[in-house]
Ligand binder design. Sequence first.
Ligand code: ATP
Length: 458
Amino acid sequence: MTDATDDSGPASEMTADLETIVSLAKRRGFVFPSAEIYGGFAAAYDYGPLGVEMRRNIRESWWRWMVQSRDDVVGIEASIISNPRIWVASGHVENFTDPLVECTNCQARLRADHVEDNTCPSCGAVGKFTDPRKFNMMLSTIVGPVADESGRAFLRPETAQGMFVNFDNVQTAMRKRLPFGIAQIGKSFRNEITVKQFIFRTREFEQMEMEYFCHPEQSMELHTYWKKERLRWHYSLGIRPQHLRLRDHSPEELSHYSRGTSDVEIHYPWGWGELEGIAHRGDYDLTQHSEHSGKKLTYFDPDTNQHLVPHVIEPAVGVDRVLLTLLFDAYSEEEVEGEKRVVLRLAPAIAPVTVAVLPLSKKIEPKAREVYDSLRPHFRTQYDDSQSIGRRYRRQDEIGTPLCVTVDFETENDGAVTIRERDSMQQVRVPLVGLVAAIRERIDALTPRIPSHDEITI
Ligand code: ATP
């Protein structure tokens, strides 16, 4: 196991700049600009074959961590488009706004809090901005056959409200007692004003959110618990501690529903930025939905025989942002025999391909295919027989494949293959009998060790 708390190694800056990551992502099939043949579409991206695998691994890891490995959290999948009254009750119609300013010199529209030194980043004009006005970030559509305002509905800007409006259904169906959580993974949409930095901020993105309902008096302690628990998950992905920090929101920064929020932040090449928000939402949402729907959203405590409105702790993180973070964090360059080697040091659970099977020559394809077929049921496996073996190793390094299995002319005679490790480039000969176990052992060795709560100070 590698030690997730080991913060020796490179300083907190990422090795790669944004351009390098965007180029690798496209070249190797992680992320493409959307509708590129039509000139693209602002802030929209399509995930390619490797990006899709990585996203699945991220979601899978989150779901296992947050839902399947716990007794107190269950999942749902709510509609993206639902009753618009949800967004009135949640405060999004009124408050989900960013301050918008316009440059009177070049008409660029910007988020006021993203403008530095009163200078327009598009034309350089200084002090030429209009006064900020509130810009609502919800994307809307018309539902039904009549194109008028009566059919106006919103594309959800967060998945969280799906959990609040289903609080009673879930509690009743699953007979849950406090504290318990409802989790969801799904797409959200925001009409962001400033969209740059690739998939860091897009108008369509995917969130992984969990609402943890608890007794009000337990909420502060549980907020601390979830901050640590969420850091542990990020460490489990292999994110290096020196690239990550926890930052409390100042009172002015807090969202309308929040009693306290801490962000997990990453040191991106453009500075510290939010990867995840861990908010104490108090009883805001259940109270609002109760008032607006007329339906009582309370919990009956069998110990005290009283009804109460639970408080909520919410860890919320984006799949796209985790993927981008991992590309930055895992990227490294080194010189090997006078040549540049690019390596994505992704954790085995996240890497799009876990094992690549590489025949030394096309002539030994039948044996190599046999090896490949024996590994496929166990690992995400890729067969690659094009170009020289050296180039194939480099290609696998660049997409983060932790292990390569090389089948050569000797394999038929000695019943053995060579395992080559991505990080150390070490090669070991291992018998085909027991190959699956030998690979598992190496995957375990490359899997980050997850610190305990006691080892994390916040
Ligand atoms: P930011 O300050 O970056 O605008 P936020 O505080 O509005 O983000 P939250 O509402 O806390 O974000 O959303 C939870 C998580 O969802 C974020 O931490 C991020 O990972 C993800 N997320 C939010 N907005 C976007 C977006 N436009 N594009 C991609 N991911 C997003």
